[in-house]
Design a protein around this ligand. Sequence first.
Ligand code: GDP
Ligand code: GDP
Length: 454
Amino acid sequence: MSLPVVAIIGRPNVGKSTIVNRLTETSHAIVYDEPGMTRDRTYQPAYWRDREFMVVDTGGLVFDDDTEFLPLIRQQALAALAESIAAVFVVDGQEGPTGADETIADWLRQQPVPVILAVNKCESVDQGVTQAAQFWELGLGEPFPVSGIHGNGTGELLDQLVTYLPPIEAMSETSEIKVAIVGRPNVGKSSLLNAFVGENRAIVSPISGTTRDAIDTVVQRQEKTYRLIDTAGIRKKKMVEYGPEFLGINRAFKAIRRSDVVLLVIDALDGVTEQDQKLAGRITEDGRACVVVVNKWDAVAKDSHTIYDYEKLVRERLGFVEWAETIFVSAQTGQRVEKILDLVDTAAEQHQRRVTTAVINEVLEEAVGWHSPPTTRQGRQGKIYYGTQVTSQPPTLALFVNDSKLFNDNYRRYIERQVRQSLGFTGTPVRLLWRSKKLREMERGANRATKVKG
Ligand code: GDP
Ligand code: GDP
């Protein structure tokens, strides 16, 4: 079971870290060092009443000329937001609303997660409420006056926050699989949706907590429920004239973010395009499971080698999701359409899968036995102490090592391949976190989530 994540967002110095400390009190930070990230994201477990969640501090949102996001930082915040169930937007009540706050607010309003506005530094009894009230103008609803330093108001904030967490029962074994159908215009998304709906019982349901016109379609098949994410556009398309930006890539990105499994639909006649690669990249980045659906297979002239050749080509061009299964279908004739949902089931299962520490360490031992970690010219050699799965959706393994810098990309890829070869994980990305750990700490046998420097 993975805990729901709450993102803390705001410009530097408004008191984000102070608030995080307040919300998590005595918990220990877990620093995930993810390759390609400029700044580590820090996750901390927190609880309020009977609810548990993780808090992720996004680092300060920094602006260029006070108006434009620095793309990298924005990406970071986006990535954090992608996996979050809610965001806490922290502003400085003593300073009042700034241009930067407005920019962040504008951006947050477009995100599909609920936002709680925390007006920090409002410890003053006579001014706190007035200070907070200035922030109604951000258009994010009620500003909550808080003081990270003194703790005032954090109870109210947490009460509000837990209303956004999924109910406790829903967090265990999910009964519903969230599926996004994405792909370029005209690849056959709406035809596929109709095919799913035609054969199964379907209901259309607006998404709670989101504005806009996002509509999901819920389909039942055998004992399972599939929530097809944001099908509003796919359904409406036939009736309304939209510009070229319609169902643009940003909308696809949002659907990906809300899903468990993404159906990446490709037109068999066009093959894999650059747009498809972009979507594949995003699916991996967001840690979603994926099935590659090559549609319009009826329209392709075939001989006995076609599927094999085509599959190889797809795999090559969609390297980002090389772990995904590929299926060749025709939404028009219905060929193999039902089978898509079987692959969705498998991918969702693997996405949620948990592997025991014992099994992981067997795999690691075997891998290291075949091919030992690199040694530097100075004679220092990488050493893997042990690995353990820290979360699922996607499966994420932390590998505790003497010094993560001693493991080059080549070796990391090798271990990844071995993990997949031994453990499978078909249809889902797998993340490996390389964490340095001092031998002394290891010897103390600290097996709780203690602070680990990347
Ligand atoms: P971050 O950059 O957003 O993470 O901000 P920090 O948590 O590092 O805090 C920035 C500054 O604001 C520090 O000097 C804190 O002591 C101060 N600060 C944080 N919370 C409060 C508060 O509730 N009241 C006051 N007066 N100052 C605060
Ligand atoms: P969307 O824009 O991705 O939703 O694509 P549509 O479902 O509207 O389909 C675009 C066009 O492709 C329509 O003219 C469909 O009739 C056609 N199409 C969709 N699926 C298939 C298929 O399996 N085979 C063939 N030959 N055409 C298809």
